[in-house]
Design a protein around this ligand. Structure first.
Ligand code: NAP
Ligand code: G4F
Length: 344
């Protein structure tokens, strides 16, 4: 019989892609479903795997619920992907974000510890923990300096994972993942915001796109490659921490330009600060404007990861590079805008 995995945050981008990956590996896949107004299983539906997964009511804020779910499933592997994952929102919801992303992870670790099982545990840590980066590129040994309530909460969860491994021998690993995107990315994140808006503009359904800080730089990879790395971490004989990244960084401007090229537009930047605009050189049409409402109280200016430990020790490889990522997201959003059916 195959192994049994429990994925928290299964309705999110990574959760849906990881569930698909684990099903292909023959796992019995269980997922945590949050009781909110709208049941958000759209991604699992889109991948055609909803009926192959066992869903459980799951809330990271509620210890008794976590205990019952883990007691019921008795998983071989737990992937803790659930989080309030939007950095921008964490400035408005700092206490909630700390509770879900920080204490929530510790609640889960406590349940695993008290169950005395041999279950393997994956914590979804993040390059946001490097924040105001102290060295470039960032590796497993680079000091952390988070710049948002989200980064601070995730750092608490990261050190809790390390601490439970060292204190109680939990087989708990932490994946420090740099930004990873896909056609299933939430619309609030900048990459998807750009690809969706450009598809709408091309279809005549939107005037222009408003963005915040165009100069921030991120190390963007493809989420499908990253969920494979999560699984590889839990197959190791010893639990450990690993960076997953591409080692290549691009600015928001670069992403805009690449997505515009997909649509046949040639972006020229004009003006400065909040007056800056992005114009299509051929038609003089204004496609991008700045809205300072999207600036953050503290910004992470540049992230660039060093994945060499994961490449060396896990044999982790990537199939999709930056250009391919932009194209697959643009293509998917053009199809969706044509179809008018997507809920995410
Ligand atoms: P996502 O699309 O925002 O998914 C987050 C998931 O968490 C959703 O399934 C959501 O449920 C669930 N969730 C939120 N609050 C919850 C709560 N209180 N109790 C139970 N479930 C809750 O995020 P993602 O991009 O897939 O990222 C997965 C994880 O990796 C997150 O922890 C994120 O912080 C981390 N991470 C992501 C990246 C990245 O670039 N994508 C990089 C590094 C780390 P609903 O569907 O009900 O909202
Ligand atoms: O796409 P973002 O919102 O992603 P961010 O903040 O890097 O966080 C993502 O990656 C983290 C890993 O490093 C994850 F842990 C986290 O859960 C999430 O998945 O913003 C990227 C950059 C920022 O510098 C932001 O200021 O884009 C800049 N930006 C500029 N204009 C914008 C916008 N971001 C958003 N969301 N919307 C804008 O209009």
């Amino acid at each position: 019989m195959g192994k049994c995995a429990f994925v928290t945050g299964i309705t999110g981008q990574d959760g849906a892609l990881l569930a698909q990956f684990l099903l292909e590996k023959g796992y019995d896949v269980h997922g945590g479903l949050r009781r909110i107004g709208v049941i958000g299983t759209g991604r699992l539906d889109e991948l055609g795997i909803l009926d192959q997964i066992t869903l459980h009511d799951f809330e990271l804020l509620e210890m008794t619920n976590i205990q019952r779910v883990i007691d019921t499933i008795k998983p071989d592997e737990i992937y803790n992907l659930a989080a309030q994952s939007f950095v921008g929102a964490s400035f408005e919801l700092p206490i909630y974000t700390a509770d879900v992303d920080g204490i929530g992870a510790m609640r889960l670790l406590e349940v695993v510890r008290s169950s005395a099982s041999d279950c393997r545990f994956y914590q979804a840590s993040t390059s946001e923990m490097y924040g105001k980066a102290q060295a470039t590129p960032q590796s497993e040994t680079t000091p952390f300096y988070p710049r948002s309530p989200y980064g601070v909460a995730k750092l608490f969860a990261h050190w809790s994972t390390v601490n439970y491994r060292e204190s109680y021998g939990l087989r708990a690993s932490s994946g420090i993942l740099f930004n990873h995107e896909s056609h299933l990315r939430g619309r609030e994140f900048v990459t998807r915001k750009i690809t969706l808006a450009f598809a709408q503009i091309a279809a005549g359904k939107q005037e222009c796109l408003e963005l915040g800080n165009l100069d921030a730089q991120r190390d963007w990879g493809y989420a499908g490659d990253y969920v494979k790395g999560m699984w590889q971490m839990l197959q190791q004989p010893q639990a450990d921490d690993f960076v997953l990244a591409t080692g290549i960084t691009h600015s928001i401007r670069d992403f805009v330009k690449a997505a515009a090229t997909f649509h046949g537009w040639d972006i020229q930047w004009s003006g400065e600060g909040i007056e800056e605009i992005g114009i299509d050189r051929k038609t003089d049409r204004v496609l991008i404007r700045i809205n300072p409402g999207f600036y953050r109280p503290a910004e992470v200016d540049i992230l660039c990861g060093d994945p060499s430990k994961a490449e060396r020790e896990l044999g982790w490889t990537r199939d999709v590079e930056f250009q391919g990522l932009v194209e697959l997201m643009c293509e998917s959003d053009c199809r969706r805008v044509g179809r008018k059916t997507s809920s995410f």
